[in-house]
Design a protein around this ligand. Structure first.
Ligand code: SF4
Length: 681
């Protein structure tokens, strides 16, 4: 910390759901944060933040920040509240939870995700509280579970290349990622590689800002990535661009995969993917003959029925060519498996003391809130405690989600910074601190450094950290385990125990994990066989296909004549899921909710650029503005998200159209597996 009389800087970490996990430097003057910048001493951040977080002070001191606890004063969902004191709020919550828990604690459900990714303010104290209570478990699957499960089955964990080595690659496939918008610091490395002669290929149904800047863009149909990967394997085999030694020593199931891949000629895949066969053979040649070749995979492509299989197929590629031998070769989807978080100490599952609660999948909260008690389902959901999430805006099939949240007999507590669509449905609304106001400690899914976040300013208004809310509730519930008295700094220390030097975190704000430069250069996969598992006996034992394959979408293109367009819903560039939508300067850049549509699809429908359109399917309809744009390929529309419903044109957003169906692996959502049609409104 540099101290200049009444001005000083505090080291922190960006808490948002982004692989970059930047190191922050907050300048504080007279107790007020005046600037948030990237820490130049942290090599991954390199002094630069994205547009969203460089405006963090605007968010922290936003005139609409929630400043006091509030109780609902109007009809459910009306957003009408009256201020109350903290003691009154916590007493009421504890009384309601005690009453429900006396009947069946599983009727209480926590609902949280990556609104903040810190280990402490996410599940630190909250997990302890819900374990002791015996509340339902939440399956936190809404983003990364299909791809994560695929990596576990194939590589043995959420492990991969160190991001810094992409700068040395000679070919980079940017697969399912708009890196400029959602992985900026990786993009800087890709640019460096490009300047040094690397070829960049973007694989994405949308012609994103990233695709604009790559040498080539392969605009495949949503949900066809596995077909493309299998055809690449076909060509690697046919042309013998294989590393036979690596395959023999470090893989499992080669003969079976070879047989499967040989069914996937480029012509067959081209038909399914909607791209020219020549583009596939050219890509295979580049991938098979360029060394080192690296793949930056991201989660967009796994939000379809076959998302898990697609990630498995792509994750097999580096083992076929031996790309893992080089530190700048291989694949990165997530690095989070490298972090030795001590979850037993942090989350205290032992507090369950033999209780075995049911699990609610956060993806199907719409349906589950509307279910009655039954032997299969268990008790009807009577209480929801929502923190770090905005399910009314982000969960699929939102008409049902809204209907569920509007239940008069549901007791809903929301911990939030702002009055989001979900907060509008709270019975008790509690003001939460932002990252500038509390302690936390962070892993990353895009690099391999641990970051510490120290509070820079006092809490704004009466806001309290999530940890403090659960600590106080625990006391009122009569939970007397000493762990409920742990301070936030203690929780930060417990997160990694002696696996990470906490003094180093205090001194410089970050610590680098000792991860091998090329993690699978000599095999060493963390699967049961110790090999890259092309064939997974564990999947086969579950009755699933042991080999990766292409699975058509639940709503495959051409399968429903009433809804001929496939819709994907990637994030608008200046939003991060539903965070930042209420930051006016960012919303002004985005303008209004947009649907990108190709001229080929717009013209026959009489739709011109700027028209208000109705996007619809069997689940609902959504009004937004059409942008007739080459960013959309023919047959696919891009509904940019995720707007708050109440800031949209008709109090809905794109999730009015998405479904609650699940992926092949990981029980994850299928946001990009969604057929619609569009008409001028
Ligand atoms: S959102 Fe991502 S790029 Fe932006 S500051 Fe946070 S970690 Fe960095």
């Amino acid at each position: 910390m540099a101290d200049h009389t009444n001005e000083f800087t505090v080291r922190g970490a960006c808490p948002h759901d982004c692989p970059d996990t930047c190191a922050l430097l907050t300048t504080v003057e007279d107790g007020r944060a005046i600037r948030v910048a990237g820490n130049p001493a942290h090599r991954h951040t390199d002094g630069a933040l994205c547009t969203k977080v460089s405006r963090y002070t605007e968010r922290t001191y936003h005139p609409e920040r929630l400043l006091t606890p509030m109780r609902r004063s109007g009809p459910k969902g009306s957003g009408q509240f009256e201020p109350i004191g903290w003691d009154e709020a916590l007493d009421e919550i504890a009384a309601r939870l005690k009453d429900i828990a006396a009947r069946n604690p599983q009727a209480i459900v926590p609902y949280s995700y990556a609104g903040t990714m810190g280990q402490v303010q996410s599940e630190g104290m909250a997990a302890r509280f819900f374990h002791q209570l015996g509340a339902s478990f939440l399956d936190r699957t809404i983003c990364a579970a299909a791809g994560g499960e695929a990596l576990v089955q194939t590589l043995g964990g959420k492990l991969g290349m160190k991001v810094e080595h992409f700068a040395e690659a000679k070919l980079i496939l940017i697969w399912g990622s708009n890196s400029i918008a959602s992985n900026l610091h990786f993009w800087r490395l890709a640019q460096q590689a490009k300047r040094d002669g690397a070829r960049l290929v973007c694989i994405d149904p949308r012609r994103s800002e990233t695709a604009d800047k790559c040498h080539e863009h392969i605009a495949l149909r949503p949900g066809t990535d596995a077909a493309l990967a299998l055809a690449l394997m076909h060509e690697l085999i046919q042309n013998d661009w294989l590393d036979h030694d690596y395959i023999a020593r470090h893989t499992l199931g080669w003969d079976a995969l070879r047989e499967r891949a040989l069914l996937w000629s480029p012509e067959r895949a081209a038909e399914i993917c909607g791209v020219p066969a020549q583009q596939i053979t050219d890509l295979a040649r580049a991938y098979g003959t360029t060394k080192p070749a690296a793949i930056r995979l991201n989660y967009g492509m796994q939000r379809v029925k076959g998302g898990g299989n697609a990630v498995r197929a792509v994750a097999c590629l580096p083992a076929l060519t031996g790309a893992w031998r080089h530190r700048a070769g291989g694949l990165l989807l997530s690095a989070s498996g490298h972090f030795p978080v001590d979850r037993a100490t942090l989350h205290r599952p032992d507090l369950l003391a033999g209780k075995t609660p049911r699990t609610i999948n956060m993806v199907t909260i719409g349906d589950d809130l509307l279910r009655e008690s039954s032997p299969d389902f268990g008790p009807k959901i009577e209480a929801l405690i929502v923190y770090n999430s905005n399910p009314v805006a982000v969960a699929p099939e939102s008409a049902k989600v809204v209907q569920g949240f509007a239940r008069e007999d549901l007791f809903t507590v929301v911990l939030e910074h702002f009055q989001t669509d979900t907060a509008d449905h709270a019975d008790i609304l509690l003001p939460a601190t932002t990252q500038l106001e509390h302690w936390d400690i962070h892993t990353s899914y895009g690099h391999t450094d641990v970051l510490l976040n120290r509070p820079a300013i006092a809490p704004v208004g009466e806001a309290r950290p999530n940890t403090e809310v659960f600590r106080q509730l625990a006391e009122r519930m009569g939970f007397d385990d000493p762990c409920f008295a742990d301070s936030d700094e203690t929780l930060c220390r417990q997160a990694f125990g002696d696996q990470v030097d906490f003094q180093q975190l205090l001194d410089q704000g970050f610590a680098t994990l000792p991860v091998p430069e090329a993690p699978f250069a000599d095999g060493g996969f963390q699967t049961p066989s110790g090999k890259c598992e092309f064939f997974s006996a564990r999947l086969a034992a579950q009755g699933l296909d042991g080999l990766p394959d292409h699975l058509p979408n639940h709503e495959a293109a051409g399968s429903d004549p009433r809804h001929p367009l496939a819709m994907i819903s990637p994030p608008a560039r200046n939003f991060l899921n539903s965070s930042f939508v209420n930051v006016k300067s960012l919303r002004d850049i985005e303008g209004e909710p947009l649907l990108e549509i190709s001229a080929a699809d717009a013209v026959p429908r009489g739709i011109a650029d700027g028209d208000v359109v109705r996007v619809f399917n069997q689940r609902g309809s959504y009004r937004c503005k059409a942008r007739v744009s080459p960013r959309a390929r023919e047959g696919v529309v891009n509904g940019l998200g995720i707007w708050w419903r109440k800031l949209g044109l008709d109090d809905t957003n794109v999730n009015q159209l998405t479904s609650q169906k699940l992926t092949d692996l990981g029980r994850a959502p299928v946001f990009y597996d969604c057929l619609v049609d569009v008409e001028k409104a």
